[in-house]
Design a protein around this ligand. Structure first.
Ligand SMILES: NC(=O)c1ccc[n+]([C@@H]2O[C@H](COP(=O)([O-])OP(=O)(O)OC[C@H]3O[C@@H](n4cnc5c(N)ncnc54)[C@H](O)[C@@H]3O)[C@@H](O)[C@H]2O)c1
Length: 292
């Protein structure tokens, strides 16, 4: 049976690993933080219990999924025997590059080495391995257990076999894939999302409207399921800030520069729903459930 290894058990990694296990693949997940790994274990158990309670999966499926999902205590143990490795660690180039250097040594071809980065293109990570033809982006969307799409991003060094294997992998875990044939920071969805959120923040910074009204205008006027500012809180203000900063630093493109308000929220630790505050406040009792 195919094995998938996921590195980083944060918001994304824990869901990617669980989705793979739910779809019948052996999945192993590792994080440098034992605390995060414990939280990921609890998250998986609670999610599976709730799926059984809602009759979405059977008790037998729950048990099979639990048996397939392993929480590894070392990087080596996590990637051992994997045919696909997905990196989902912090959105900073240096730690990602260092990890890919290790992965290149630990995992022999044809194991695919994929990054879930929102912004950092595969060729930058491929450069630190000695087999760049198998380094790609597999970009999932939050929440992974709900969102159907994966962007498969290729660079010129990627072989057709790797492309085919990546598309087969996405299909095998029940996800729709689109191929981005020419690398570009932000790929398809986030480029469009950034244009939208940049303008939403421009309006907020200019005092033209409140966060609530900007979000309401987009949900009611454009038919989006969530407003752009609320969606940034859901996705993580820190993730948005670091991705923009990386693109700006890489390209010098002024349009990619993080808005002042985004920089301020990042440095104030207002990283969105996961910490209870971002563009909005989320009282300790949790999110009100209001879809802004
Ligand atoms: N949050 C989103 O909406 C979203 C969506 C798509 C893609 N992404 C991308 O996914 C990646 C992860 O994002 P996230 O929101 O899950 O972040 P997160 O902060 O929730 O989780 C990152 C985890 O990586 C761990 N980590 C850091 N360095 C590590 C290392 N060397 N080895 C093992 N674990 C390490 C941290 O302990 C942390 O638990 C980022 O590249 C981000 O751009 C995020």
């Amino acid at each position: 049976m195919e094995k998938v290894a996921v590195i980083g058990a944060g918001a994304m990694g824990r869901q990617i690993a669980l989705q793979c296990a739910l779809k019948g693949l052996d999945a192993s997940i590792y994080d440098v933080s034992n605390e995060v790994l414990d939280t990921a274990r609890l998250f998986s158990a609670q999610y599976l219990d709730s799926r059984v309670d809602k009759n979405r999966i059977t008790e037998e499926q729950r048990q099979d999924t639990v048996a397939r999902l392993k929480f590894a205590d070392s990087l080596e143990g996590c990637v051992d025997g994997a045919s696909v490795v997905i990196e989902a660690i912090i959105e900073k180039f240096a730690p990602k590059a260092s990890l890919f250097e290790s992965l290149g040594k630990l995992c022999a071809p044809p194991t695919i080495l994929a990054s879930n980065s929102s912004n950092i293109v595969g060729s930058r990570l491929a450069a630190v391995t000695d087999s760049p033809e198998r380094v790609i982006n597999l970009h999932f969307f939050n929440p992974v257990l709900v969102m159907d799409l994966v962007e498969v991003v290729l660079h010129p060094g990627v072989t057709e076999e790797v492309e085919r294997a990546a598309l087969d992998f996405c299909n095998s875990i029940g996800r729709t894939s689109v191929v981005v044939r020419k690398e570009v920071p932000g790929f398809i969805v986030n480029r469009i999302f950034r244009a939208l959120t940049r303008e939403a923040m421009n309006l907020l910074e200019g005092g033209y409207a409140s966060a609530e009204d900007i979000d309401l205008a987009v949900t009611r006027g454009l038919g989006h399921p969530m407003g752009p500012l609320y969606l940034m809180d859901v996705a993580g203000v820190d993730v948005s800030y670091l991705a923009r900063l990386d693109e700006y630093t890489e390209t010098g493109n002024e349009a990619a520069k993080p808005n002042d308000i985004l920089e301020k929220l990042y440095h104030e630790g207002r990283w969105g729903k996961k910490v209870g505050k971002g563009f909005y406040d989320y009282p300790e009792t949790g999110d009100s459930g209001v879809q802004r």
